[in-house]
Design a protein around this ligand. Structure first.
Ligand code: 2AL
Length: 246
């Protein structure tokens, strides 16, 4: 099967990290197509970044449909535009935050999320509530690292994130840690070994969930709210985004 993994920010170096994590867990018969958003913010660290990033993300999902991929992964921990992506796609579309939360609930009692800047905590909090994981979530901790710090070897990001994870385990009662940014995907294995609890990278979790869904012959329901968007003209700079007649 072919799974398209989309980084909704425009930083290709982060897409490389995401692609490596995805390919590291993909089954032998799974091909990972990794894509970087063609337009928008270099990193997604707030509601405005998210809103603007969704356009490039949707362009890539529309291309993925033309390419005939079996499923998509939205590789940003805010799961931006996830429901809109589901309207456009035939196959499953899984966000890395929801994938990580579902997997955590299966292997631990209580999880904590370690995210980037403090301003992203509210985004994760809203997702915890939207997905119904409030009884599972012990804490959401900000590392105060900017997303692009994760790309910079001089930033000491690994140590800063490890410290925050340790506090989540020792002070908040977390049985598992969710890495709150796709750019942290390369840290999961190492941090898990050091902390002695499951450390879940949402990119890996989402790839395995798409494989599980496609493997069961499950696609996105086109009855109800995930039906294809209604065909109509769009005007102005976004006219190329107009839904196609079906
Ligand atoms: C993210 C992420 O996963 N990618 C990005 O640009 N921003 N999430 C975050 N909490 O900072």
């Amino acid at each position: 099967m072919r799974i398209k993994v989309i980084n909704p920010n425009t930083t290709a170096g982060m897409t490389a990290t995401i692609a490596e994590a995805a390919r590291g867990v993909a089954a032998p018969g799974t091909e990972i197509l990794a894509a970087t958003s063609p337009t928008g913010p270099v990193s997604i660290e707030g509601h405005y970044d998210e809103a603007v990033a969704v356009i490039g993300l949707l362009e890539e999902v529309r291309k993925g449909e033309d390419e005939g991929v079996d499923g998509h992964v939205v590789a940003c921990f805010g799961d931006p535009g996830l429901l809109a992506c589901r309207e456009v796609a035939r196959g499953p579309v899984v966000g890395i935050a929801e994938a990580a939360m579902h997997c955590a609930a299966l292997v631990s009692v209580g999880f904590s999320i370690v995210t980037t800047l403090g301003r992203t905590v509210a985004i994760a909090e809203r997702l915890v509530l939207a997905y119904g994981f409030e009884r599972h979530c012990r804490s959401i901790r900000a590392s105060d690292l900017a997303v692009l710090d994760l790309e910079d070897p001089a930033s000491d990001a690994r140590r800063v994130i490890l410290d925050e994870c340790r506090k989540a385990v020792e002070q908040d009662g977390a049985g598992a840690i969710l890495l709150g940014c796709a750019g942290m995907a390369d840290l999961a294995r190492d941090l898990g070994a050091e902390l002695g609890v499951p450390v879940i990278d949402g990119v890996a979790a989402a790839v395995k969930l798409v494989e599980a869904l496609v493997g069961q012959g499950l696609a996105t329901s086109k009855r109800g709210p995930f039906a294809f968007p209604l065909a109509k003209p769009y005007t102005g700079a976004l006219r190329h985004m107009a839904p196609r007649a079906r």
